[in-house]
Design a protein around this ligand. Structure first.
Ligand SMILES: Cc1cc2nc3c(=O)[nH]c(=O)nc-3n(C[C@H](O)[C@H](O)[C@H](O)COP(=O)(O)OP(=O)(O)OC[C@H]3O[C@@H](n4cnc5c(N)ncnc54)[C@H](O)[C@@H]3O)c2cc1C
Length: 391
């Protein structure tokens, strides 16, 4: 995707992943047409290309539940909200629900408390006994579970389609996308960004938004600010076609060990997060980890032992210290903002994030949702808000 671009954009967005594309869409939709997105590769080629597509609202931190509820509603009405033609690829949202299986008393207590919060906010979340789980989803081994929570309006969709729809509509409304444009320098005059240098020339923007996923820390350093985001490898494995479990089985996640699986095509996608994975830009596939995943699978879903793995991939989470997004202006630099740190939840939070960031730019503050607790200043004041439901 390449379009005519202004060297003096009102807003320059660094990073053409699902977040940058959503912000570009929401800005242009609200009439801010002089928007340029610079992307060093092709749009959607970063973490967005590696996402598993899970969309859920079962979080422990209230702001995350609210961000997710806004976004799930957006995904439910994706075609209308984005004014897509009927034959356009949509989000392909499979609302099969998310089932959290809780195998320790501590995990159960945490999720039970979160379920009360989610119910208060209007989500149809159920707290289930192991017996209820076993009778509804008989392929699961439940003998050692303490309980479970289930939300039927969670599910999964297609990250690439979400990103592409935002980008296409943003471009239609006037945004420019410059691919192959790597930001190499950001010059400041006192408290203001003056220029952003790329290998495709220099830009003098009104405002700059850093949304470079796992690379956001590097962009921050170019601008002389610290953005505390760490890259963290995560892997997905996909089976051959497999019909021993129904295709409307929920996205199922066991906590605390993080083994998870959901339908994918005619097979299933599965994984377990390696809690000892060190931070770093490591994206090679660790095939030896599959043995651990299949052990977890055999224990929780015995029939999955018969499944054959067809392929897998590795990508990077953009992890913040409290596993929450970092959204809004960067204090001390009057025209610099950030939208990153989603810690594995960026696709599902992209609709709300695009809306909120457009409000920061056009209205001076976010008002659709209160995200004042997600500002970057929380890391210097020490007011962190840990999100507990992370895999
Ligand atoms: C295995 C895996 C599974 C996941 N599963 C889920 C899931 O189920 N649900 C969910 O919501 N999320 C999931 N995620 C997380 C999700 O992928 C991210 O949160 C989301 O894609 C972040 O989008 P982004 O636009 O911020 O970053 P990215 O998509 O990484 O986009 C950032 C862009 O910035 C560009 N860039 C970097 N440096 C520069 C530079 N110097 N100049 C110009 N451009 C630059 C990059 O090329 C990149 O395209 C998963 C991630 C992984 C790895």
């Amino acid at each position: 995707m390449s379009t005519q671009n202004s060297r003096f954009p009102d807003v320059l967005i660094i990073g053409g992943g699902v977040i940058g594309c959503s912000i570009a869409y929401h800005l242009t939709k609200r009439g801010c047409r002089n928007v340029v997105v610079v992307e060093r590769n092709t749009i959607g080629s970063g973490s967005t290309a590696k996402a598993a597509g899970g969309f859920r609202q079962q979080f422990s931190y209230e702001t995350n539940v609210r961000l997710a509820m806004y976004s799930i509603n957006f995904f439910e009405h994706f075609h209308e909200r984005l004014e897509l033609p009927p034959d356009a690829e949509g989000v392909d949202f499979h609302q099969i629900g998310y089932l959290f299986l809780l195998s320790t008393p501590e995990a159960f207590t945490t999720f039970e408390r979160s379920a009360a919060l989610q119910q208060r906010l209007g989500l149809p979340v159920e707290v289930l006994t192991p017996e209820q789980v076993g009778s509804r989803w008989p392929w699961l081994s439940v003998h050692d579970l303490v309980g479970a929570t289930y939300c039927p309006t969670d599910g999964y969709g297609r990250p690439h389609n979400v990103m592409q729809a935002f980008a296409t509509q943003a471009q239609r409304l006037g945004a420019s996308f410059v691919e192959g444009a790597e930001v190499s320098a950001i010059t400041r005059k006192a408290a203001r960004i003056m220029t952003v240098e790329t290998n495709q020339g220099s830009f003098s923007p009104g405002s700059v938004i850093i949304c470079a996923g796992p690379w956001s820390g590097e962009l921050g350093r170019l601008a002389g600010v610290e953005i505390p985001v760490q890259p963290l490898r995560r892997m997905c494995f996909v089976t051959d076609p497999f019909d021993a479990i129904p295709q409307d089985a929920p996205m199922t996640i066991e906590m605390p060990n993080t083994f998870h699986f959901r339908p994918e095509g005619a097979g299933f996608m599965l994984g377990t997060s390696d809690q000892d994975e060190p931070y770093g830009f490591h994206t090679t596939m660790r095939w030896e980890w599959l043995e651990r995943v299949m052990e977890d699978a055999a224990k929780r879903v015995p029939v999955l032992e018969q499944a054959k793995i067809h392929h897998g991939w590795a990508g990077l989470y953009e992890t913040s210290p409290d596993h929450n997004a970092i959204l809004g202006p960067i204090p001390g630099v009057e025209n610099l903002l950030v939208a990153t740190g989603f810690s594995g939840h960026g696709v599902m939070q992209s609709p709300a994030t695009g809306m909120i960031m457009s409000e920061f730019i056009l209205d001076g503050k976010a008002h659709t949702l209160d995200v004042s607790d997600l500002g970057i200043e929380r890391f210097s004041t020490g007011r962190l808000h840990p999100e507990n439901h992370v895999i």
